[in-house]
Design a protein around this ligand. Structure first.
Ligand SMILES: CC(C)(COP(=O)(O)OP(=O)(O)OC[C@H]1O[C@@H](n2cnc3c(N)ncnc32)[C@H](O)[C@@H]1OP(=O)(O)O)[C@@H](O)C(=O)NCCC(=O)NCCS
Length: 242
């Protein structure tokens, strides 16, 4: 369906569909407030993703291995394709955060195991996107979708103990620090510990209020992220994509 954003009171989108007399709507976006949007991030956006990675790599690389693996168009596309494959199998997904129409970061779900109802989520931002609450709001939407639409019972967040910005997000999301795995994350020749944070479905439904997270009440109704891959769940991903 083509939505005429202009007629609906939304801002003008970039693309036009000839003959429709209106504007093409970027499909499936969530308004995060503050001129930011959460949208699907797909392999065809590899060029934009690579340009963003160039801005993000220095700050993201110490914490997310695929930042250093997405260094040219082919490898950037491969990173996004890996998530597209996870989504096709119902095992994960990746969503980008656009701030004033510039890709500045995102959130992802992976290792979704439908049998145990466990999934892991992660996130990243380039410096221009930090300090605004974007990731907390984006992760809220992703977790909400995982729990309410996918029926996940337990959402995990893994981070290094020295990644305070990350554990602060987990805390803001209402997660509990359950423990620390010792030396389980080898990265660039050094073994690091991993803190395991998690929130359970009953805890989440007790706290969730995504509409209080800065959305514009006058904006057109925001669609949920694409749930097209919600069925046909596969086995736990063999390779950790993060
Ligand atoms: C982890 C990371 C995404 C966190 O970014 P962030 O900007 O701190 O997180 P948020 O988008 O949730 O924003 C929270 C910050 O915005 C501020 N903020 C402003 N408005 C806010 C709002 N409405 N709601 C919540 N926070 C808000 C908060 O006070 C906080 O700033 P502070 O930490 O200085 O107190 C970022 O540090 C990053 O990309 N790190 C590298 C990659 C990485 O480590 N990923 C995780 C791997 S485990």
């Amino acid at each position: 369906m083509i939505v005429n954003l202009k007629a609906a009171g939304g801002r003008e989108a970039k693309g036009k569909f000839p003959g429709r007399g209106g504007y093409a709507c970027p499909v499936f976006k969530v308004d995060l407030g503050g001129s930011a949007e959460l949208r699907p991030l797909e392999p065809w956006q590899a060029e934009e993703f690579l340009a963003h990675m160039e801005r993000a790599r220095a700050t993201v690389d110490p914490w997310i291995p695929w930042a250093s693996r997405s260094t040219d168009l082919e490898s950037a596309r491969k990173t996004l394709q890996r998530y597209a494959d996870l989504q096709a199998g119902g095992e994960g997904r990746i969503l980008g955060v656009w701030l004033e129409d510039v890709l500045v970061g995102g959130v992802m779900a992976f290792n979704l195991d439908p049998h145990s109802g466990v999934v892991e989520v992660g996130c990243w931002l380039e410096p221009a996107g930090t300090g605004r609450g974007l990731i907390t709001r984006a992760a809220e939407r992703l977790i909400d979708w995982l729990i309410t639409e996918r029926g996940v019972h337990r959402v995990e967040w893994h981070c290094r103990p020295d990644n305070v910005a990350s554990s602060n997000v987990a805390r803001r999301l209402g997660m509990t620090h359950e423990g620390t795995l010792r030396a389980n994350f080898p990265w660039q020749g050094v073994r690091h510990d991993s803190e395991i944070w998690a929130v359970l479905a009953p805890e989440w439904s007790g706290r969730k209020d995504p509409d209080a997270a800065g959305e514009d009440p006058d904006a057109p109704a925001a669609a949920e992220p694409d749930a097209s891959a919600a069925d046909g769940l596969g086995a736990r991903a063999a390779e950790d994509p993060v």
